[in-house]
Write a protein of this length. Structure first.
Ligand code: S3P
Length: 172
């Protein structure tokens, strides 16, 4: 197992970080933290509300603060990170420091399917979902890859198969 026994899940919105993170924590009796939930609980309002009233930069500062807090003391925990977390330079070292970083990769067509009708992601509001996803992905993918200790392709895999890949990786 990695450094402190923590698993950090990164990847685009809709990649399944929350579903998979919860599943791992239940099956392996690990703790679970979702950075979006952590921030929403701390602020007492939704991510949408934070973006709308305080703006994206304010939200990004909250993300960095969340990471700093997690760096203080964390073990045997699965952490699902918001999709934009790895993009801030100062977050990168903090993230890597927490544990094994796993990039959950999904093809854009799949993300479009999963995110159609979603109302919880402020960055995807409005017209042309596929275009928005494409544009953001272009900016982010190389960073997701660079940050990852392990890249996990999620397409057509169930959660069990996905976890087996993490286990195989850790056994090496
Ligand atoms: C964001 C992803 C969201 C949330 C916020 C911004 C992003 O988290 O943090 O809406 O910039 O990709 P999920 O990846 O859990 O949807």
């Amino acid at each position: 197992m990695s450094m402190n026994g923590n698993i950090v899940l990164i990847g685009f919105m809709g990649a399944g970080k929350t579903t998979f993170g919860r599943w791992i924590s239940e099956n392996l009796h690990m703790r679970y933290i979702d950075t979006d939930e952590y921030i929403e609980n701390g602020q007492g309002v939704s991510i949408n509300e934070i973006f709308a009233t305080k703006g994206e930069e304010f939200f990004r500062d909250l993300e960095t603060k969340c990471l700093l807090k997690l760096n203080e003391n964390i073990e045997s925990t699965v952490i699902s990170m918001g999709g934009g977390m790895p993009m801030r330079k100062e977050n990168q070292k903090l993230m890597k420091n927490i544990g094994l970083v796993v990039y959950l990769r999904a093809p854009e067509e799949e993300l479009v399917k999963r995110l159609t009708g979603d109302s919880k992601r402020p960055l995807l509001k409005g017209e042309n979902l596929a275009g928005k996803i494409h544009e953001l992905m272009e900016k982010r993918e190389s960073t997701y890859i660079e940050m990852a200790d392990l890249i996990l392709d999620t397409k057509d895999k169930d959660l069990n198969q996905m976890y087996n890949e993490i286990e195989d990786f850790m056994a090496k």
